[in-house]
Design a protein around this ligand. Sequence first.
Ligand code: XMP
Length: 517
Amino acid sequence: MPDTLLVLDFGSQYAQLIARRLREQNIFCRLLPWDAPLREHITPQVKGFVLSGGPASVYASEAPKIPAAVFESGLPILGICYGMQALTHALGGRVAPAERREYGPAHIRVTASNPLLPVGEQLVWMSHGDRIEALPPGFEALASTENAPFAAMGDPKRHYYGVQFHPEVHHTPQGSEILRRFAVDICGARPEWTPQSIIHQTIETLRRQIGDQNVLAAISGGVDSSVAAALVHRAVGNQLKAIFVDTGLLRQGEPELVVRTFRQHLGVQLTAVNAVEDFLQALKGLTDPEAKRRAIGEKFIRIFEEYAQSLGNPPFLVQGTIYPDVIESRAPDKAHAHRIKSHHNVGGLPENFDFQLVEPLRELFKDEVRAVGEALGLPAHIVWRQPFPGPGLAVRCLGEVTWERLERLRQADAIFLQELEAAGLLPHRQQASGGVSQAFAVLLPVRSVGVMGDQRTYQETIVLRAVTTEDFMTADWARLPHDILGRVANRIVNEVAGVNRVVYDITSKPPATIEWE
Ligand code: XMP
């Protein structure tokens, strides 16, 4: 295992960001709830602790406390915001409510030379009510603001540090450097967490777990399932038994791309099942979104079951679970609060199956999954694929799903994506933030009157949807240039039979969702 920092979450909305900022700098860390059973996590690789912020006041009766194991370990500690207050409180200093809540940008002045903060002024992001009134014994002040005499503190002997501001947010421009200094210079953690080392280590773990057994994987074309399967293939070669089900609900060109990538590019013995007719049959007559999702989920499980049986029911199943899923499922208050649709994922785990899960991405954030995918040689189309709902185009083809309507939708969607790609507006590494996060077409079962040449038309409507978002839980509609929208609409009406009107969706989430069903 690589050198590790443990980040203890005291209920901060930014706790994941602390972990990501460290990982971005190749420093491995784990994010744990503050009351996790810590002793089992404090291995010889652990080099220090970061204590996150949190909403509580240290004097509240139920206030989270720093576990004794943290102090007993003798390892360096960095307390951030509430973490600093908890550290102060635990070590004999004094915390009190500030006269004015401090929220927003502030300038700190660092006067004393120290290993955490460079001397001089810098811009930071503050967000706190309580503040430190008296430092605990052994600590010295490292920085101050107009409002807070102790904006940062340190005890160089024990290697304990505290900052009142948030180094993990982008509004603290030097924040990543501060976290790096703590991890590398103060804790002595080596920045060993690179895509190559992740691959190397994961392969070893997978080989130990799987031995000489067979492993099943369902490939959907999504980033996570693809990278997970590619890793397992690297580890155990043809013990990986991968299936790709063509549901007829993918976007233009995708089934061919997925099959080609896995078979030719990666050398995986992929079983491709053409189940288009089966899925159309299952969806026949259904218009209710949840009924569609259910029908697709059930059909998929049946096909998967047959495949597993044909291989003598191998004991292992690959899942593309990633680190945020693990973290979120641990925090009951945050878990899936945003899931207001049932997310039956095609390629998801059939509930009544008795598999041991193989989850090679369990420790990885999304950007790490992408970096690993690139290092494994997966093409950009897969590595940078936009999120795509498990039930696929069925939930973008409102009303009844027929082959003719799916093709209509697929063509319109392809035109929209081509034009965005040509304009450089689709998500790629260089514009991971700022560009369009997700863009697609929706087909409405709404017909309106139009005129084409001298002919009256009475045809269906395409909606264009494009959003910008950080986390897909909230989103804003993308301010696409009018001339691009115009060109897309023009092409769709001219090139796609059965569509005579195109509209642009200008609702944000909330109150709307990103998808229409
Ligand atoms: P909504 O429509 O809820 O979507 O705002 C949020 C994000 O989730 C994607 N989405 C799904 N992803 N299975 C998935 O894996 C699903 O059933 C599903 N439904 C929505 C959606 O594309 C958006 O990125």
